[in-house]
Ligand binder design. Sequence first.
Ligand code: C2E
Ligand code: CA
Ligand code: CA
Length: 687
Amino acid sequence: MAGLLVATLAFFVVAVLWAAHSADKEAAVIARQQLQTSIEQRLDSMTQTLSDIAAGTNNFARPEPETDAARFADRTQGLFEALYVTTAAPGAALIRASENIDTAAFEPERLGVEQIARAAAGRIPGPPAKLVHLDDVTVAVVAALIPGRRDDPLIVIGAKRLDAAALVRFAKAPRLDGLRLETSAPADMDTAYPLTDATGAPKAWLVWDGDRPGEAMIRRFLPFSVVGAFLMFGLFVLIVHHVRRITIELSSTQERAQRMIGRDPLSGLPNRFLFGERLDQELSRIQRTGEGLAVLFLDLDRFKEVNDTYGHQAGDALIVAVAERLGELLRTPDTLARFGGDEFAIIQTQVGNMADAETLARRILDTVTRPFEIAGTSVSVGISIGVAMGPENGRDRDTLMRLADTALYQAKSEGRNRYSFFASQMDETIRLRKVVEDDLRDAILSDRLTLHYQPIYSADGESIVGAEALVRWNHPKQGMIPPSRFVALAEERGLIIPLGEWVLRRACEDGKRWPGLRIAVNVSAIQFRHRDFVTSVMRAVARTGFEPSRLELELTEGVVVEDADAAEAAMMELRALGVHLALDDFGTGYSSLIYLRRFAFDKIKIDRSFLESMEATGESAILVHSIVHLGRALGLTVTAEGVETREQHRFLQALGCHQLQGYLFSKPIPADEMDRLVGVMPASSAA
Ligand code: C2E
Ligand code: CA
Ligand code: CA
């Protein structure tokens, strides 16, 4: 490319120089021609003059050399300095016509007079006139025919000396500036006209200042051509630069496109696919080096809220900001990826042990929980992190990613904004939890839940006074799932309201078959706090036609701790309906006395953990003792749960417990078994 430019420039320069040179040559040729023409014209007019004079003298029948020469002398009147008359015959005598000729200056031999005479007579070709340069003077020599002698014509020859100034005047032609005579050979023959002696040898030169249009052109053109060359060069550089940039851009676009294949367009981070590839690479690398790595799965808490509150653009901005902060925490060989939504993942490399991963997880928590400035407001989010260690937890990509996901799930269900390391027992529980979570809504809506009833006995253990409804989930694949595995989840996922309503209605329906029994239904705190709770109870009772006075709601202390006023109001309404209220799991929570005094409970249920540890430590027995006495003192019914042994039964009975519930009497049983159990009961003993 550059070579081409240089060649082009060189060609351009050569062409210009050549054009200038030939223009100069041409100009010189023209000038010389003008000079020649000018000289010839002068000589011609001298010849003409001489010829006129010669014709004017022709009054004789036959002119003779001697007489004519004499006649000429006075007629030329100084036009010629020397005049000769001769014939054209070779070796003819030369008769001097003028009187006082400076013979030294006009030596006929040196002037080549004979040749001119013969040319005038037409004996030899060539003009009858010439300039002959002698030692330091130029002589114009012309010849003319004297008419009258046909056979041997007479010729008159005139000569005139021209000094340098006269010669210049003589030869002067337009455009021949600085015309001058030089006797030494000039350097530039183009602007010189040679003056020869009679033999034709150059003896002096008429020299002029050549008109050099080419040179002038170059002189004038040079600045332009320099500028032009620069411009051309600039243009060339520009073009080259442009082409280069386009090439680079093209390749970088390609590169970017290629990179983007594996990238999340919003954050520019690797996507799940590329993350997997990198993880594969890292895993095969650590197999050789023996290093460790950690796979961290990250999930923003409350991201949906940000999206809903501030709009998707703010959500996007938050994702980018989070990506940025996360990126700052990592080292070069680490990989940060976005899996979409608010999910990120990290491959932490060069991990020595769990502490290294823990440090990173802590720093992530610290960094991400700092507020973000999004759309002019300060936005706070949390982040949950699940960590799996390679190669400890797994040696392949799929395992590690699955376990990190499990750990993340664990972190989220433990309350979010925390990190959790994968632990081997986690896998199965979490897997189950996920299944549960996925299917629960469906199960509630399609009636796949069921209620078991655990009978509640009188203190003597002889008669059934009621039954507690306990929800079960008959999962098509998992079998019967206990409430401990899905009730909390239902609360978390906002499913507890439909679940609670379903339980309430079903319990009322079933309970109608067992007249005289009080049916206890567990109510979750979230469910109770819902503003429509009382209405939903009323609705369930109304729809089923169940007597409200046979309904007992089991509440936990959590219900009354938060927003006690609202709880109290709801409880008053329920009591007004005739519904009974029991304080479940008594003794496990807060300083229950205050609540017992303030709220309108009918019953306390002593938590089964007291009975479990009663035999082991004496303390629990004392506690149970005081609880029973306290309840009785406050006028409440006291029920003991989890009675498994006769000893416990006897102890509780002796304490004055009103009601007993536990495996000793009956496990929770399906409704149809309840039917049988109640059916054998004499109607009178049901109180
Ligand atoms: P809870 O209200 O304390 O219910 C008593 C739990 O103790 C039941 O477990 C019952 O099967 C168990 N149990 C009864 N007697 C014995 C015994 O002698 N020994 C032992 N070891 N356990 C005994 P379940 O059915 O698994 O229910 C667990 C918890 O789930 C319940 O504790 C209750 O808090 C909750 N729950 C059950 N059904 C519902 C419901 O419909 N709604 C709500 N909100 N919670 C429910
Ligand atoms: Ca209960
Ligand atoms: Ca309980």
